[in-house]
Design a protein around this ligand. Structure first.
Ligand code: SF4
Length: 362
C-alpha cells in the first residue's frame, strides 16, 4: 500500500468531508467541491479521480496528487452454475483476497474478506491453513463492495442488498479497519446496518464493541460445537475466548437491543454431528435467542472429513425446531467454483507454490 497519499476509500464520511474541505480551502476552491467528490465516490462509484468530470481538470490533477483511490484489480472471476460469483482481488502490493456474490430471488448478498489470510487457524478452514499475510485497510474492504456492486450493476443483477463479513479473515482481529469500513458502508454507501452481518469465531472484545454501536449491525457466531472441548479442536481461539465468555458477550449484544444473532454450525460427519449435541446446541441458542444456520460441510480432496448424512442433518434441524429454536439448513453455494471461505485463494497458492490444498472455510 502506498503510504504517502491518503486513500479516499479508507476515510469515514465525516473525515472525508473534513479532509476534502481542508484540501479545497487551501486551493481557494468553493466548498461544494467536497459534495461533488463525495457523490463521485459514494453514489457513482468512481474508480479514479480522472472520472470526476464536473471538477476542472486542474482540480482533478491536484486531487490525484494529494490522494489516491485504492481500487482492487481482478485477478480471477469465477461464475458458478447457481449464479454465485467469486472474485479473487489483487491488492496494490500483490496480496490476494476474495469476495463472493450470492444471488437469491430476493437478495444479492456479498461476502467480503477482512484480512489477507488469517492467524486463527481453524482446522476446517482453507484460509486458516494458508496462514496470516496482513491486515486489510478499511478502503480495501470497501473496495470489494464497490467493485462487486459495479460488477452486479453491469450484469443487471441489481444492487448488493446484504453484506456479510464471512470471507477471509477474522473481522474482529482487524477492528482498526472493520469499524471504519462498517461506517463507510452504512453512512457513505447507505447499506442498511441490519443488512450487514459481522461473522466471528468469538472474539469477545469485538462483540462488545459492536454491541456498543448505535447502528443495528448483525452478528453471526461460528459456533460449530456447543461442547468447549470439541470446539477447541475446531477453533483454537476457544482457548483465549472460552464459550461461556463468548455467551456472556452475546448476551450483552442482545441487551443492546433488537439485533438478531445467528449461530453458524457446519455439520461434519462423525466430528460434530452427534445427536447428543442437539440439546446443548439448542440450550445455547435459546439463551441468546439465536437463529441457527446448519451448513453441511463442503468436502474437498485434501481433507478426509465429509458432510453429515442428510438424515443426520434433518435430525439436527428437527431437534432444534422441537426445542423452539429457529433453524435453517443452508446448502453451500458455488460448489463448482470453490466458493467457500478461502478456497479460491488457496488454490491460487497451490498453483503458485505447489503446496498441498487446504480445507474449506466456514
Ligand atoms: S474460519 Fe474464520 S477465523 Fe477461522 S481460520 Fe478461517 S477465516 Fe480465520
Amino acid at each position: 500500500m502506498e503510504a504517502t497519499r491518503p486513500d479516499l476509500l479508507s476515510l469515514v464520511p465525516s473525515d472525508l468531508d473534513v479532509t476534502l474541505a481542508a484540501h479545497f480551502d487551501a486551493r481557494g476552491e468553493p466548498r461544494y467541491r467536497v459534495a461533488q467528490v463525495r457523490r463521485w465516490l459514494y453514489e457513482k462509484g468512481a474508480r479514479d479521480v480522472a472520472e470526476m468530470s464536473n471538477l476542472p481538470l486542474v482540480e482533478r490533477a491536484a486531487l490525484a496528487d494529494a490522494f489516491r483511490v485504492d481500487e482492487a484489480s481482478v485477478a480471477r472471476v469465477s461464475v458458478s452454475g447457481d449464479g454465485t460469483t467469486k472474485h479473487l482481488w489483487r491488492l496494490s502490493d500483490g496480496e490476494m483476497v476474495e469476495s463472493v456474490l450470492i444471488p437469491t430471488p430476493r437478495r444479492l448478498t456479498l461476502c467480503v474478506s477482512s484480512q489477507a489470510g488469517c492467524a486463527v487457524g481453524c482446522t476446517f478452514c482453507a484460509t486458516g491453513w494458508g496462514g496470516f499475510r496482513r491486515q486489510l485497510s478499511a478502503g480495501e474492504i470497501v473496495a470489494q463492495y464497490r467493485a462487486s456492486a459495479r460488477f452486479a450493476r453491469e450484469r443487471d443483477l441489481g444492487g448488493v442488498s446484504n453484506i456479510v463479513f464471512m470471507g477471509m479473515g477474522e473481522p474482529f482481529a482487524n477492528r482498526k479497519a472493520l469499524f471504519p469500513a462498517l461506517e463507510i458502508l452504512n453512512t457513505g454507501y447507505r447499506v442498511g446496518a441490519r443488512r450487514i452481518t459481522v461473522s466471528t469465531v468469538g472474539v469477545v472484545p469485538g462483540i462488545l464493541e459492536l454491541a456498543r454501536m448505535p447502528q443495528q449491525f448483525r452478528l453471526a457466531l461460528s459456533l460449530h460445537s456447543p461442547d468447549p472441548a470439541l470446539r477447541l479442536e475446531l477453533i483454537p481461539l476457544e482457548k483465549r475466548y472460552p464459550l461461556p465468555e463468548v455467551m456472556e458477550a452475546l448476551a450483552a449484544f442482545n441487551r443492546a437491543g433488537g439485533k438478531r444473532i445467528t449461530f453458524e454450525y457446519t455439520l461434519i460427519r462423525g466430528v460434530n454431528d452427534d445427536p447428543a449435541l442437539i440439546a446443548p446446541l439448542a440450550g445455547l441458542a435459546s439463551q441468546v435467542d439465536a437463529f441457527v444456520n446448519l451448513i453441511p460441510f463442503n468436502p474437498i480432496a485434501a481433507q478426509d472429513w465429509k458432510p453429515s448424512r442428510p438424515e443426520r442433518i434433518r435430525e439436527f434441524e428437527a431437534g432444534l425446531a422441537l426445542r423452539g429454536v429457529a433453524t435453517a439448513v443452508r446448502e453451500p453455494r458455488g460448489r463448482d467454483i470453490d466458493a467457500a471461505c478461502g478456497q479460491l485463494r488457496a488454490h491460487e497458492l497451490v498453483q503458485v507454490a505447489g503446496t498441498r490444498a487446504p480445507a474449506e472455510g466456514p
